[in-house]
Structures are given as C-alpha cells and as structure tokens.
Design a protein around this ligand. Structure first.
Ligand SMILES: [Zn+2]
Length: 101
C-alpha cells in the first residue's frame, strides 16, 4: 500500500464507511493519532510548489526552479533540486516543471 492509498483510506473515517464505524466511540486520543497519521502521510505525498520562478541559480544546462512550499506557504522557498521542503518535510512534485525542459 502506498502512502497515497493509506491516506485515502484514513480520510474515509468521516464518510460512513466500515472504517468510520470501527473508529466510532474510540477514545479521543485515537482520533488525534489518526489526524497525526493523515498529516504525516500528506507530507509524504508530493505536491506541486505554490508558484514557480526560475531561480537565479544555474547548474550547467539545467534550469533550477524556485517556488514556495505548499505547506509552509509564503514563508519558505523550495528548489527543484530538493525532493522535499527542508523546514516541514513536505514532498514536492517538480514533474510539471521539469517536463517543460
Ligand atoms: Zn515546508
């Protein structure tokens, strides 16, 4: 099971599924544990940066993009040579940018 698949299942907790029936009535700390797991799995699921810009950095023939972390919002830059934000650990999906070559 991939993190994305696990995330989908955990998010069904509030949708009247068998999982929501199983988790109903559990002590509150289990709800918090599931919330924490959802948040962690969302960080592992690559998301595109909030905005793209060509960085002033250059690496031979390769364009390096700079954008804002989708989780930290406008507080933190991410660069296309990084797979995740170095502040919050959010995985970044650069495929759209790199495909433009
Ligand atoms: Zn971040």
């Amino acid at each position: 099971m991939t993190p994305k698949e696990a995330l989908k299942l955990l998010k069904e907790r509030d949708k009247g599924t068998s999982f929501s029936r199983l988790t109903r009535g559990l002590p509150e700390e289990y709800d918090h544990a599931i919330d924490t797991a959802i948040e962690a799995l969302e960080r592992l699921t690559p998301k595109p940066p909030r905005q793209k810009a060509v960085s002033s950095l250059s690496s031979k023939d390769k364009t390096i993009y700079k954008g804002f972390c989708p989780h930290c919002k406008d507080d933190n830059y991410v660069y296309s040579f990084h797979q995740c934000c170095n502040v919050c650990g959010q995985a970044i999906d650069w495929s759209e940018h790199n495909a433009e070559g």
